[in-house]
Design a protein around this ligand. Structure first.
Ligand SMILES: Nc1ncnc2c1ncn2[C@@H]1O[C@H](COP(=O)(O)OP(=O)(O)OP(=O)(O)O)[C@@H](O)[C@H]1O
Length: 354
């Protein structure tokens, strides 16, 4: 299984799903290549789980279609789709051992396609090694930690050699530290198996760290799909910018490729928007504070010290919200004091029409 690309490619074409007046999915188009690990990211209610369930065949779409390779999935039974599914809650069978849980999908195959006992045992041992729990095959689920249970759930899903692995917030019920460990583990596992995987999360850090490609959903539509770097560095809209990380916003106007704040040329370019009211977005680490006159004039409204950084809130004339700028809390870094007059230069920003 090592190093191979596993699974089919998926084409999601114009998929729609309504619940009464609500469009849970509204014309979703997405191509997932064989071997890709894709994260579906979005706030609660954006349609992530609905899309995953439509791919799995657990929920019929009202419009559009899903292709598994060349085949329209509506032609396929659940068994023929052969997807591996892992839910947020541990859905292990409590009365079965870990090994029996992992073997379940193979044992319940019709006799024709069921591997013999020795083959199943070998496959279970392989999977126990893969999830790094080689000695726990004889335990029952209640004798495992939450993180171990989710690894077993993953092994059970992989046992059937699925066409696609679908994970719905698989680490959502675990504490923060275990979550981080498990997502790194899942990434390494994916690098070994190359299994086509779709992963639902509302945690942007999890999506950015784990996925080859991140799909940001909003109200049942795809707002942006791209590599983690594209999503973070080139957010297609203020929605994505805000959702993906901390953002500060300056209101102004774009005019001839320049950004004007309160009618003054702020010396920031705004080449990416047409003339008119505009909003400039930046990350707190993408600005530098200097002496008055060095960039835009500002006044320090507050200074917040965190373990690893200092966040300076800056008031800009005529702006409704303060601008947040982060300084690294390292020896030799001097933070300005509340009330100081300073200048602020932007190292990187994006502008959008207001
Ligand atoms: N069975 C249902 N009946 C009615 N409305 C539903 C049903 N399932 C989902 N919805 C609605 O469809 C929309 C999308 O829901 P979905 O569960 O796909 O979102 P999600 O992004 O997975 O959210 P969460 O992160 O909270 O799980 C929501 O507005 C939700 O209220």
């Amino acid at each position: 299984m090592q190093g191979n690309r596993h699974g089919v490619d998926l084409q999601i074409q114009g998929v729609g799903k309504r619940y009464g007046g609500t469009a849970a999915l509204d014309g979703v188009d997405l191509h997932i290549a064989s071997g890709e690990l894709v994260a579906l990211l979005g706030p609660s209610g954006s349609g992530k789980t609905t899309l995953l369930r439509v791919i799995a065949g657990l929920l019929p779409a009202d419009a559009g279609r899903v292709l598994f390779g060349e085949t329209d999935a509506t032609q396929l039974s659940l068994r023929e789709r052969n997807v591996g599914f892992v839910f947020q809650q541990y859905a292990l069978f409590r009365h079965m051992t870990v090994a029996e849980n992992i073997a379940f999908g193979l044992r319940s195959r019709p006799r024709r396609s069921r591997p013999d006992k020795a083959t199943i045992r070998r496959r279970v041992d392989e999977l126990l090694a893969l999830i790094q729990l080689p000695d726990l095959g004889g335990r029952y689920p209640e004798q495992l930690s939450g993180g171990q249970k989710q690894r077993v759930a993953l092994a059970r899903a992989l046992a059937i050699d699925p066409t696609v692995l679908l994970l719905d917030e698989p680490f959502g019920a675990l504490d923060a530290k275990v979550r981080v460990e498990l997502r790194r583990w899942l990434r390494r596992l994916h690098d070994q198996t190359g299994q086509t995987t779709v992963f639902v999360t509302h945690d942007q850090e999890e999506a950015l760290e784990l996925a080859d490609r991140v799909v940001v959903l909003r109200n049942g539509r795809i707002e942006q799909a791209g590599t983690p770097r594209q999503i973070y560095d080139e957010p297609a809209s203020p929605y994505v910018f805000d959702f993906i990380g901390r953002a500060s916003v300056i209101d102004g106007d774009a005019a001839g490729g320049r950004f004007l704040v309160a009618g003054q040329d702020a010396a920031f370019d705004a080449a990416d928007v047409a003339d008119g009211p505009a909003k400039l977005y930046l990350r707190p680490h993408d600005a530098a504070i200097g002496a008055p006159g060095d960039g835009l004039d500002a006044r320090v409204a507050a200074v917040h010290r965190h373990a690893d950084r200092i966040t300076v809130e800056l008031e800009l004339a005529g702006q409704p919200r303060p601008l947040e700028v982060d300084l690294v809390a390292a020896p030799g870094v001097h933070a300005p004091a509340t009330g100081d007059a300073v200048g602020v230069r932007l190292l990187r920003h994006r502008t959008y029409p207001a």
